[in-house]
Design a protein. Structure first.
Length: 764
């Protein structure tokens, strides 16, 4: 059974986040759960978080954990949900998606208090995992390899205890000894039978150790000891030669170190100086950073304050616990420290943030408390106060917007646009916002350049074929052309070789490093040594349209004649063929030359007779018509793109390497965009699909998105057609209408899967 649903916006709130190396051995990545969506995030070179993969799960994700088998180089993801199953996922970089390795059913579906899934804890050596419910049930699964080195999972081992409420679960670092899991539990069996409430008042939380005996293959309740009744969170401490082992117990107003056979260490949590005396301080999130010689913990309170906790030890004996005020951030649902020096905070309310460490929190003026300096008074332990300050040890480098929580919503067209807007009130407290939602990709305007007149086109060129960045911006007017050189700043240049007294119809950087300028009277071929070859239009005719790639050039003359050129090995543009098509041409396009071939095989031409024609460009049969398609309007522009599959819905779009299918996009005068598959052998047109883009004829321009040649369609609003995780999508841009555009920036946008760099907006 398939149920239809339309998701206008992906979930933005994050319930839990984990850090690991999921796609490659040294990849610094995060896996986050957004309700019913699972995403893999990765910071790029500039520190921006990029979504590598996203998938929807049929359910609600309750918990996440990462584990790595001994000797492995990548991490698996283990997932607890409301499905009553435990699922192990492996991210396959070649497929770009999560692959289910194991799925084991242990209970009924739904977020039930006695069905495990709320808590997950993985042994640091990847040997076992405990999945626990809020009450009673706990299962332990043994993780191992088979003869083919594939991951295997055992039958569940029970560690149930009735009338027990679990507050937190953690896996201890025991080296290669038997795995041990720690829990905070409260037995309510006596309180359930005592109507007076005395038993409930006397109930005591316990810190419990469960040991998995790998030899006997069963779980035993190894140790139990009373713990502070305000305890709510367990934090495992490095062990097995890297530390004393055990756990840090986060309790109300205190942080404790506990371990079987070790003395308890207690440190006071510093509190804000304006916090009322009857308000406690609870830790709600933590992140650990572990190295062989040094490790520390970042703890966050419910008020957003970050503490740095360090545990000094001599051998296997802990000697001193220190808690120091670090910084203040919005309260987070999860924290994760990356080994590259970043801290990811998945906020409970509002946007999520990625911070860079610029300090270690070792300033002497920061407030700290320690177990060695714990002072006892008649009223209890003496508190330690601090005053929140601006960020000193962290620097905000990226922020992902979030609408969580959504408190109210209205739909209205207050801006007078084609589509009504959605107005939402989101957030809580000082982070509350009024958000305006409209369909489309966000666009950031980097610069606006005033021009001396009304332009007719804009182009961008690299200086040489191997350059990564564009070197020139060419702006055409009705009777002139301006060329701007791009360096540390953009300046007008006069030594580019372009003719500045004519309007430029088309430009192209050829594969030998020469540049081509097409104007109404001919072709201007600017060689790499700045020698110039001119091709003049015969008679009184003029060039109306032009298209090219690195080796081929096609132009249409007034009256309907098409002339085709090729670049020879000597760097000369040679006229190869002519053809009269009995009617003026409205548009034409050539695709990039596929890798390993000498030329693109097809030229697409649109005419005023409401037809789109495909001509072959093979040797000896240049400009031979191979197919014709009648359309429901005048074709105003055409663009050929390589795609990943025959239906255009699978695989990434190509970037000129010729991989996958070939697809023709046609913008019609009635505002409709047509997408048709072109047979790569015969040139036949099949499987036509249509979409209405706006009231203006779509003008199609090639741009690079995620390293692939994609499409920018300019109608009454701009649209971007690109490959998003293996599917070709056409999405509107949240920007005003544009007349002309050209790609500007790096030739490959590997770290920007859903954005592109556009040329300057053209203002008259």
């Amino acid at each position: 059974m398939y149920l239809y649903n339309l998701t206008l916006s992906r979930p933005s709130g994050i319930q839990c986040a984990i850090y690991g190396n999921f796609s490659a051995p040294k990849a610094q990545e995060l896996v986050v759960a957004r309700g019913h969506a699972l995403e893999l995030l990765r910071p790029n070179d500039s520190g921006k978080l990029v979504t590598v993969a996203s998938t929807y799960v049929f359910g609600c994700v309750r918990s996440l954990a990462a584990f790595r088998l001994t000797g492995a180089s990548r991490d698996y993801v283990i997932l607890g949900s409301d499905s009553g199953r435990i699922v192990i996922l492996d991210y396959k970089a070649d497929k770009g998606k999560f692959v289910k390795v194991h799925q084991e059913t242990f209970g009924r579906s739904g977020c039930r208090r006695i069905v495990p899934g709320q808590y997950l804890a993985c042994d640091p050596k990847g040997r076992a995992v405990m999945v626990a419910a809020i009450e009673k049930q706990k299962f332990v699964y043994v993780l191992n390899r088979d003869a083919a080195a594939n991951l295997t999972i055992s039958s569940p081992l029970e560690a149930h205890k009735s009338h027990n409420v679990v507050f937190s679960v953690a896996a201890l670092d025991c080296g290669f000894d038997n795995p041990v899991f720690a829990t905070i539990e409260l037995d309510y069996s006596e309180a359930d039978q005592d109507p007076s409430g005395e038993a409930a008042a006397a109930a005591q939380k316990q810190l419990v150790y469960y040991e998995l005996d790998l030899g006997l293959n069963h779980v035993v309740r190894k140790w139990s000891d009373p713990v502070d009744n305000g305890a709510n969170l367990l934090i495992p401490v490095p062990g097995g030669g890297d530390g004393p082992g055990g756990v840090l117990v986060a309790a109300e107003n205190f942080l404790l170190y506990r371990h079987q056979g070790a003395e308890e260490l207690r440190a006071v949590l510093p509190r804000r100086d304006d916090l009322p005396g009857d308000r406690g301080v609870l830790i709600v999130a933590y992140a650990a950073h572990k190295k062989k010689s040094y490790s520390f913990f970042l703890l966050q309170s419910e008020y957003g304050d970050i503490y740095k906790a360090t545990l000094q030890h001599t051998g296997d004996a802990a000697t001193c616990l220190t808690v120091k005020y670090f910084d203040s951030l919005p309260p987070a649902a999860s924290l994760a420290v990356l080994k590259t020096g970043f801290l990811f905070a998945a906020s409970e309310f509002g946007g999520h943030a990625l911070y860079q460490f610029i300090g270690t929190g070792e300033d002497e003026d920061d407030v700290e408390s320690s177990s060695a300096a714990l002072e006892v008074t008649d009223e209890g332990y003496r508190p330690v106060f601090f005053r929140p300050r601006p960020l000193r040890n962290l620097l905000l480098v990226d922020e992902a917007p979030s609408l969580m929580p959504l408190t109210d919503m209205r739909v209205a067209n207050l801006l007078g646009e084609e589509i009504p807007q959605i107005y939402c009130t989101t957030g809580r407290g000082p982070r509350s916002t009024l958000s305006v939602l409209r369909p489309g990709l966000a666009v950031t305007e980097l610069a606006v350049s005033p021009l001396p007149g009304q332009p007719t086109a804009v182009f961008t060129l690299r200086r040489a074929p191997g350059d990564e960045l564009d070197g020139f911006i060419v702006v055409s007017f009705t009777n002139a052309t301006l060329v701007f050189s791009i360096g540390e700043e953009v300046r007008e240049t006069s030594d580019s070789g372009f003719l500045g007294t004519v309007a430029t119809l088309h430009t192209q950087l050829l594969e030998d490093g020469s540049m081509l300028q097409v104007h109404a009277n001919g072709l201007r071929h600017i060689r790499p040594d700045r020698r110039i070859n001119e091709w003049r239009v015969p008679g009184r005719r003029s060039i109306s349209r032009a298209a090219s790639n690195a080796r081929q050039v096609a132009i249409s003359l007034s009256g309907g004649e098409i002339t085709y050129f090729e670049l020879d090995p000597m760097g000369q543009l040679l006229e190869m063929a002519k053809r009269d098509i009995d009617g003026d041409v409205t548009c034409l396009d050539l695709a990039p030359v596929p890798a390993g071939l000498q030329r693109c095989r097809f030229l697409v031409v649109g005419g005023y007779d409401n037809t789109v024609r495909v001509f072959a460009l093979e040797d000896g049969t240049q400009l031979r018509s191979v197919s014709t398609q009648a359309v429901q309007g005048t074709p105003e522009s055409v663009l050929i793109l390589y795609g990943g599959s025959a239906d255009g819905d699978g695989g990434p779009s190509g970037d000129g390497d010729g991989a996958g299918g070939l697809f023709l996009h046609v913008g019609l005068s009635n505002g409709v965009l047509m997408r048709t598959e072109v047979d790569r052998t015969t040139g036949k047109l099949t499987d036509t699909r249509q979409r209405f883009l706006g009231t203006r004829p779509p003008r199609l321009a090639p741009v690079n998105v995620n390293g692939a040649r994609s499409m920018l369609a300019l109608s009454s609003r701009p649209w971007l057609g690109y490959s998003d995780m293996g599917r070709f999508v056409i999405t509107p841009l949240s920007y005003e209408a544009l007349d002309y555009a050209a790609g500007l920036g790096p030739a490959q946008h590997r770290d920007q899967p859903t954005t592109a760099s556009f040329g300057h907006r053209i203002d008259g």
